[in-house]
Design a protein around this ligand. Structure first.
Ligand code: SAM
Ligand code: DTB
Ligand code: SF4
Length: 347
């Protein structure tokens, strides 16, 4: 959806926006279900990149130590525990710039993926940059979805990261899509961006072909020692509006209320679910930071009458993308607004 259409939605009175988002949500997601995903950091810290929000960058003194890649048996213990707790998706994250086929560590990751996939869990991995061959091998090992966030607008991205580019991120997403992997792609609110930056980010993501299978909306967890360690909290109403706009722009996508839930009141989370969020990370820990306890989340979901989404281990892959159709970068904000064009056409 184009920036100007997203902006018109964002500027609606709060309840009018929620009413529209709710209608779209109920049409596409009639069951009151929330997907529960468990996250595990299989390789923590020591990352070469300078993402200014991240505790795992080796460039900042955050207290997060570099660890080795977790062995397969340990990962499997976490995966089995996640499954028995009711999670249907197991997401494994690695603090790497990227991965390369033929290396020992990539072979180790493929081995881990094969075993987790055999548990009939959806398997998501986030390993940094991928080429076509790495994407193909991950798909072959049983990966359901590849998480690679664009994190913010193309304009704001260079203020946040300098060791790779926004275009690098888009290229990896294209490789994942071409290999038939579902794509999980979202961003972070609270990086010093404007509302327009958030909408530009949603424009880029919603213009992917196909649209992502899931969109994580993270609120910055300010990490001491990083350049954004003192960043102010995101306004809860802005978070709800962003989720509502994401829901309207991507009706069939799972919108995941991701990092930052420990800092949200239950009532704010309820508004996020009302606005269209239908997935959460479930379990006490994200990658390096805390998440609400399982008991707390169970109580909240029960209070709201929400149940866990049934597993979809055989999730259909997206249709093959046309080779010459890379994920579109955001159009300039001056692109004529769809609504205006339609309006003019009516006149
Ligand atoms: N290295 C890989 C990459 O950059 O894609 C995978 C791991 S990285 C930690 C995955 C995502 O976590 C980031 O793209 C970002 O959206 C999110 N993230 C990292 N640190 C965060 C923080 N402090 N607060 C909120 N989200 C964060
Ligand atoms: C995503 O968008 N959020 C998750 C997952 N994808 C990998 C990561 C959140 C990380 C929060 C900060 C931390 O725990 O270090
Ligand atoms: Fe590394 Fe990913 Fe953190 Fe960036 S977000 S520093 S690439 S782990």
């Amino acid at each position: 959806m184009l920036f100007c259409d997203l902006k018109l939605l964002y500027q609606l009175p709060f309840f009018a926006l929620l009413r529209q988002a709710r209608a779209v949500h109920e049409a596409h997601w009639p069951a009151a279900e929330v997907q529960l995903c468990t996250l595990l950091s299989i390789k923590t810290g020591g990352c070469s990149e300078d993402c200014s929000y991240c505790a795992q960058s080796a460039r900042y003194d955050t207290g997060v130590e570099r660890e080795a890649l977790m062995d397969r048996d340990t990962v499997m213990q976490f995966a089995r525990a996640a499954k028995s707790n009711g999670s249907t998706r197991f997401c494994m994250g690695a603090a790497w710039k990227g991965v390369q086929a033929g290396t020992a560590r990539f072979a180790q990751v493929l081995g881990i993926v094969r075993e987790v996939a055999a548990l009939d869990l959806e398997v998501c991995v986030t390993l940094g940059e991928l080429g076509p061959e790495e994407a193909r091998q991950l798909k072959g090992a049983g990966v359901t979805a590849y998480n690679h966030n664009i994190d913010t607008s193309p304009e704001h991205y260079p203020n946040i990261v300098t060791t790779h580019t926004f275009e690098d991120r888009l290229r990896t997403i294209r490789h994942a899509q071409d290999a038939g992997l579902s794509v999980c792609c979202g961003g972070i609110l609270g990086l010093g961006e404007t509302i327009d930056d958030r909408l530009r980010m949603l424009e880029v993501i919603s213009e992917f072909n196909p649209q992502p299978e899931s969109v994580p909306i993270n609120s910055l967890m300010p990490m001491p020692g990083t350049p954004l360690g003192d960043a102010p909290a995101v306004d809860p109403f802005d978070l709800v509006r962003t989720i509502a706009v994401a829901r309207i722009a991507m009706p069939a996508t799972k919108v995941r209320l991701s990092a930052g839930r420990t800092r949200l009141a239950d009532e704010t989370q309820a508004l996020c679910f009302l606005a269209g969020a239908n997935s959460i990370f479930y379990g006490e820990k994200l990658l390096t930071t805390n998440n609400p306890s399982v008991a707390k989340d169970r109580a909240l979901l029960a209070k709201l009458g929400l149940t866990a989404l049934v597993p979809a281990p055989l999730l259909a892959p997206p249709p093959p993308a046309e080779a010459a159709d890379p994920p579109r970068t955001a159009r300039a904000a001056s692109t004529p607004c769809q609504k205006n064009r339609l309006k003019n056409a009516d006149e």
